[in-house]
Design a protein around this ligand. Structure first.
Ligand code: PGA
Length: 268
């Protein structure tokens, strides 16, 4: 951390109470309409009464409308896993922010490492996607994180700095607090190799400090999640870290009981 980011990190700490955790289940390439319907019928009954966190499921495009209908009034938001930055045009296979809000989708995952790796998602496109999602009234979750090689070479902070600064570059200072950032170390995604609570806390605090370089107030309010092999049995320890405001959960979220247990862990 630079001296400036250290000061900003210090200023932002200790205010976790003001930030309501978010637990988002990322289904990735899972969820036919039949599977999604069954899932959405089971999830609400498994969630704790008065959940200690906001809850969202990030479903494939084809299941979004059904999930919105099934989860209506259940206190579970439906998010998409990607969107295009343009409202319309010659972009075959893409979906716009308006197409999502028309379905009452409430948020969208942007810049997931799998999309960066397999679908040429770039920081440049994210510079447009993040503010576009906010303008449309969608909750963006901007994903950032280093690879195993980058961590071993001591380049974690450089990578996070680039991704966070670029992804948030075109978001006005007074809108920064409305973005959710997810720290997802690539080496922990789908590998069962969860980051230690200390690694998660340090990286998330660093990201908060980067937001603090733009706006102190935003740093205190912005929610920063951890993602990567979060399971019911390791969630409480990670979610107890002072700067970690929730989790983006892949594999374990495919079982609604698993997601519900992780939601409950946010209150412990
Ligand atoms: P995982 O995925 O929980 O299966 O590691 C997390 C994610 O990619 O969001």
């Amino acid at each position: 951390m630079t001296p400036d980011t250290q000061v900003a990190a210090g200023a932002a700490r200790g205010t976790r109470m003001a930030r309501r955790p978010l637990i988002a289940g990322n289904w990735k390439l899972w969820g036919t309409r039949t599977q999604a319907a069954e899932y959405c019928e089971r999830l609400p009954g498994l969630l704790p009464d008065d959940p200690p966190a906001d809850v969202a499921v990030c479903a494939p495009f084809t299941a979004l409308e059904l999930c919105v209908q099934k989860l209506h009034g259940a206190g579970v938001a439906v998010y998409a896993q990607n969107m295009h930055q343009e409202p319309t045009g010659a972009f075959t296979g893409e979906v716009s922010a308006e197409m999502l809000t028309e379905l009452s989708v409430e948020g969208v995952v942007l810049g997931h490492s799998e999309r960066r790796l397999y679908n040429c998602e770039t920081d440049r496109a994210l510079q447009d996607k993040v503010p576009r999602a906010l303008e449309a009234g969608l909750q963006p979750i901007l994903c950032v994180g280093e690879s195993e090689d980058e961590r071993e070479r001591g380049e974690t902070e450089r990578k996070l700095r680039n991704q966070v600064q670029e992804g948030l570059e075109r978001v006005a200072d007074d809108r920064l607090e409305s973005v959710v950032v997810a720290y997802e170390p690539i080496w922990a995604i789908g590998t069962g190799k969860v980051a230690t609570p200390e690694i998660a806390q340090d990286a998330v605090a660093f990201i908060r400090a980067l937001v603090g370089d733009r706006s102190r107030e935003a740093a205190e309010r912005v929610r920063i999640l951890y993602g990567g092999s979060v399971k019911p049995d390791n969630a409480a320890e990670i979610l107890a870290q002072p700067d970690v405001d929730g989790a983006l959960v892949g594999g374990a979220s495919l079982d609604p009981k698993g997601l519900a247990e992780i939601v409950a862990a946010a209150g412990r």
